[in-house]
Design a protein around this ligand. Sequence first.
Ligand code: COA
Length: 349
Amino acid sequence: MNSTTLSAVFPGPIRLESGANLPSVTVAYETYGDLNPERNNAVLVCHALTGSAHAWGPSSDPGWWEGVIGAGKGLDPGRHFVVCSNFLGGCYGTTGPTSIDPSTGRRYGPEFPQMSVRDMVMVQTLLMDHLGIRRLACVIGGSLGGMQALEWAAGFPERVDSVIAIGCGLRHSAWAIGLNEVARQAILQDPAWQEGMYDRQPSRGLGLARMVAMLSYRSPRSFEGKFGRAIRSGTDPALFEVESYLHYQGEKLVQRFDANTYLGITRAMDGHDLVRGREGLRGSLKKSPVRCLAIGVDSDLLYPTYEQREVAEIFGRGRYAEIASPHGHDAFLIEYDQLNPLVAQFLNV
Ligand code: COA
């Protein structure tokens, strides 16, 4: 956890969608800016699969969404009270598979109950209560972060004015589930996985999972422009730059992430389906005062733009906007010149 990360402990039992109870939940979070006296300027930033609560920081310790948070950017701590928390089931300070199970004194590991995106959001409501935020001006996120934003609109419409969902859909598609399953199998088939009871990471499997995922986050055009057929200098046997890049990204994730956590989160993503178990949702979102901005990336192969158009259409007050980029799904972490004006305009209405 970063030095700026705070934590709040919520005593249990905390009941998950599956029926499992957690004896207590610790939530790691950060805040930037101040809550105004009217308490109506809070914006919750939701992170994606391998993110953390550290969305913004000094140049010596930058956060994962520096491009969107800051003076004059889409989310300006001079105006907004920005909150970002590590979600339930994560491995950056919030209770998850790497936490100690108080009933055994050992890490939960593979025994950590399967959580859902709805559970993540339920835990975020506890944090909002803790911070004295009754109603959020906006919940924003990309990818899994966007799925959480949509769950806020569907599950807690009385607690949120607007949501911005970038690069995600109403439900996880067969394509996205398939890619997640390949990543999971890479971990599960690594002999070091040890049924999840490992002391040392199943690093080959987790690294391979990341390599597959990185391909799905970009696009053929992006990789062609970045690497083409260039060979990494000094490699023997010769490695294409793209191979070197994927190896590097795989190894980098192994240093900072946990394999059981990766399995749990990808399963939570696969379970994402906004209308699941909510018969009247389509009708209620049509009438809902919650505004939604769904942002797509024209080259996103993982969550194609028709999914974000569908998101915008389910809301009575929904709008669709598109980012033009060769960078695929990852554009929400790259194309800040396009993203910031969209966010700022939407929030300033
Ligand atoms: N061989 C080895 N390493 C290479 C390389 C090569 N041919 N080309 C680039 N790299 C390294 C760089 O040295 C740099 O390392 P560093 O991060 O330790 O400084 C890193 O790869 C840069 O990555 P790149 O993808 O080129 O940067 P970018 O500016 O195009 O993209 C991010 C920025 C944040 C989007 C990207 O780095 C990233 O992390 N992508 C994954 C994010 C993610 O999880 N997305 C999914 C959300 S669901």
